[in-house]
Write a protein that binds this ligand. Structure first.
Ligand code: NDP
Length: 369
């Protein structure tokens, strides 16, 4: 097939809650967005719809008083985006060029020129890669093994049970502390004798009487039975090499997430883990006209509802940018499509040629009115 060229005002990459919410808003604003998402690939473990496609009960997404299955929720998101005219393209993006507008996105079959780009490529939980961890039927994933305590901790399967959290960072401390609301006991298994988590998060976990730490220890295997799920973890002390099985009924893997940002490396500002940096006041990245929403720019909240919220923000930011209005940048300045910069204190406009003019209402016009 010959390479086709598409010219679009708004292009969204990613079809989780953030990307689809951005699509709903920009489609309703008549911007005819194109949403590009990864095709289904069993080997790369990708499927349109994002992380909720591998979740079962979603009990905390507002509007569903009885809860909803993750995949069913994403079908509703998608239908809503389709209803307002979002176009979908299932292609791997191989290259992006953000050096000038229109931004250029290349796939095997298309060149897409985008006036604005909304990045909603999400993040993926890291896994240990040990026996028993894979999703049912190959392991106990979804049957006692999870990578999200906020999503799954309150489910009946984990209430009043003995649980294991693996990891020593902020996520592990937060998840362990959260789980003590429901669990009878929480073990934190960490591979070293020092935590990576911030002091405040460490202190909360270390002083929680339901939490017990198991130091210098790796999890070698998650054991259980198909009918009742997880029954324990096989641990190995990394200093003594001694192995033992610790009985438990649930395992939460909290060893970090990997934001899906490799495509943008060297072009967009990222933190040391790879999360895209956005303005505190908008979803703008360091390149005017490129916005980021959802888990790709959020290492803290990581909820479907916060992703959807920032997706809505991205669409409104893109709309504003295309209307030639100023958008807040991570630097604190505001920037327009024409390249005008409004200083952080809002007093001066710096024109693209470097000239400066006061950012004050025109007094003559104000008088005439
Ligand atoms: P981190 O990378 O900070 O921590 C990951 C932890 O998992 C480390 O303790 C690491 O061990 C351990 N680990 C990694 N790989 C393995 C492995 N293969 N086997 C065993 N253990 C492993 O990730 P987090 O998700 O905890 O945090 C990411 C970022 O998000 C941080 O900047 C954090 O501050 C932030 N965050 C903030 C929160 C908040 O403020 N509320 C909440 C959650 C996250 P080791 O220490 O030995 O490397």
């Amino acid at each position: 097939m010959a390479i086709q060229t598409l010219d679009k005002e708004v292009v969204i990459i990613g079809s989780g809650p953030a990307g689809l919410t951005a699509a709903i808003y920009s489609a309703r604003a008549n911007l005819k967005p194109l949403l590009i998402d990864a095709p289904v690939d069993a080997h790369k473990q990708t499927a349109p719809g994002g992380q909720l496609m591998i979740t079962t009960d979603v009990e905390n997404y507002p509007g569903f008083s009885e809860g909803i299955q993750g995949p069913d929720l994403m079908i509703e998101f998608r239908k809503q985006a389709e209803r307002f005219g979002t176009e979908f393209l299932e292609e791997w993006i191989t290259e992006v060029d953000l050096s000038e507008r229109p931004f250029i996105l290349r796939t095997d079959n298309y060149i897409v020129n985008a006036q604005t780009l909304i990045i909603a490529t999400g993040a993926s939980a890291k896994w240990l890669g040990i026996p028993g961890e894979a999703k049912v039927p190959n392991g106990f994933g979804g049957n006692g093994v999870s990578a999200c305590a906020t999503c799954d901790g309150p489910l009946p399967a984990f209430r009043n049970k003995t649980l294991v959290v693996v990891g020593g960072g902020d996520t592990a401390m937060e998840e362990a502390t959260f789980l003590t609301r429901y669990a009878a006991k929480v073990y934190v298994v960490h591979r070293r004798d020092k935590l990576r988590a911030s002091k405040i998060m460490q202190d909360k976990a270390l002083h929680n009487e339901k939490i017990e730490f198991i130091w210098d220890t790796g999890v070698e295997e998650i054991v259980g039975q198909d009918d009742c799920g997880v029954t324990g973890v096989r641990l190995r002390n990394l200093k003594t090499n001694k192995e033992r099985v610790l009985p438990c009924e649930g395992v939460f893997i909290a060893i970090g997430h990997k934001p899906n940002t490799d495509l943008f490396r060297g072009q967009l500002d990222m933190d040391e883990v790879g999360y895209l940096k956005t303005s505190g006041h908008s979803t703008a990245t360091n390149i005017p006209g490129v916005f980021a929403c959802g888990d790709v720019q959020d290492s803290v909240y990581r909820q479907a509802v916060t992703a959807a919220g920032t997706g809505c923000m991205s669409a409104l930011d893109a709309e504003r940018f295309l209307d030639h209005l100023p958008v807040a940048m991570p630097s604190g300045e505001e920037v327009t499509m024409e390249g005008e910069h409004i200083t952080q204190d809002h007093r001066v406009i710096i024109e693209p040629d470097g000239s400066m003019i006061p950012n004050q209402p025109d007094k003559v016009l104000a008088k005439e009115k």
